[in-house]
Design a protein around this ligand. Structure first.
Ligand code: TXA
Ligand code: MG
Length: 353
């Protein structure tokens, strides 16, 4: 671990076999390593290492009431983590693991309570990213990993983005390239064999889950507002303000942008569009708004998987640009990944429809 004048130097490790073994060794010694997954990058420690898990909360400035997801290697006997009949879960895990689906289940007593924020449940998932799986297999132990960002900020989808979020606070980032899915996993609370509740929409759509499992999934109305609520924690991922850029994100249909720009005397505005050519749209909006415009488009044709993949990357870009505010049009498709995309935008936004 490199230090300069008491500041930790954050090293990005290329995903060679040697570096994967090195990362595993560091984790075994209680050091933190940011890891790639197919959804977003995570900040990892071995699940049983309480001191290392505490370091995660410190590096992220994450409140201790927000529990972590446990990532398991392929073939891992997860009955060490949960108290639930594995047979009942087979249908879900066979179809959706490895992948962006997290299951919340009654926890086994061995799982440290710092991981679960003292809850009686634990969240587990088997990630699909090949480098992440190689690391997990090398370790033979599960890793806890929240998204590798400062608490409440934009999740990172590249090694460079992790460095921007946590550089100087963590020693290593294992570079697995850009994340394929681009938004976090779907979190489902398993209350019984046929009783599933959605806690956070994400990389696996509700429609897909319902179709394969032939059951209706309940939507959680219990959006938690923090520890002061006194309510039992359902999912802190449902906090109202989350995934937020530093600049104001204004979530409004494009037709309302002009009025807002006029009222707020803005000079340079960032635009985040769902589809089309950023170059053409920039020309159009520069004329329409009569302002300097920095424009990003999330997809060429409105395909939701492309929008999700680019969402955090482009939001981060605009946040670092000269734009004074970022306008974003809402995602009007409410099915499939559209639900998760709009969920993230709403939580990131300062002003909504
Ligand atoms: O895609 C993902 O899920 C990424 C990658 C790194 O795996 N991880 C991620 O972790 O998004 P994090 O910590 O940013 O979000 C985890 C969410 C939080 O909303 C947390 O409250 C919820 O999962 N969660 C974890 N354990 C829980 C539990 N026992 N009960 C309810 N919600 C839980
Ligand atoms: Mg997060």
């Amino acid at each position: 671990m490199l230090m300069r004048q008491n500041i930790m130097i954050t090293q990005i490790l290329k995903p060679t076999l040697r570096n994967i073994k090195f990362a595993a060794k560091q984790l075994r010694q209680g050091k933190l390593v940011a890891i790639p997954t197919e959804t977003v990058y995570g900040l990892a420690a071995i699940v049983w290492d309480k001191a290392a898990v505490k370091k995660i909360f410190k590096a992220k400035k994450r409140p201790y009431f927000d529990p972590l997801i446990v990532h398991i290697p392929k073939g891992y006997d997860y009955s060490r983590l949960i108290r639930f009949q594995k047979k009942i879960l087979e249908k879900i895990t066979e179809k959706f693991w490895p992948g962006p689906l997290t299951l919340v289940l009654p926890k086994n007593y061995q799982v440290p309570s710092v991981v679960t924020s003292g809850l009686s449940t634990v969240a587990i998932r088997q990630p699909a990213h090949s480098i992440c799986q190689k690391l997990l297999m090398e370790l033979g132990e599960p890793l806890v990993a929240p998204s590798a960002n400062q608490f409440g900020k934009i999740s990172p989808t590249s090694a460079q983005a992790v460095k921007e979020e946590l550089g100087g606070k963590i020693p290593y980032i294992l570079d697995g390239g850009p994340c394929r899915v681009g938004i976090e996993s779907t979190v489902i609370l398993v209350e019984g064999p046929k009783k599933l509740k959605l806690l956070r929409p994400g990389g696996v759509s509700i429609e897909e889950l319902e179709k394969v499992l032939k059951i209706k999934i309940q939507k959680s109305k219990n959006a938690r507002s923090g520890k002061s609520s006194g309510q039992p924690i359902q999912s802190p991922g449902l906090l109202k303000h989350h995934y937020a850029p530093k600049k104001p994100l204004i979530l409004l249909p494009t037709s309302k942008w002009k009025n807002f720009v006029f009222k707020n005397k803005l000079k340079t505005v960032g635009l985040l569009l769902m589809q089309g050519s950023a170059e053409n749209k920039k020309k159009y909006f520069e004329k329409f708004l009569q302002k300097k415009v920095i424009c990003k488009s999330l997809s060429s044709n409105g395909e939701l998987s492309q929008i999700a993949q680019n969402l955090y990357k482009e939001l981060r870009f605009l946040d670092q640009s000269l734009a004074q505010v970022i306008f974003c049009e809402p995602c009007t498709k409410k099915s499939g990944l559209g639900l998760a995309i709009q969920d993230r935008l709403t939580r990131a936004a300062h002003k909504i429809l």
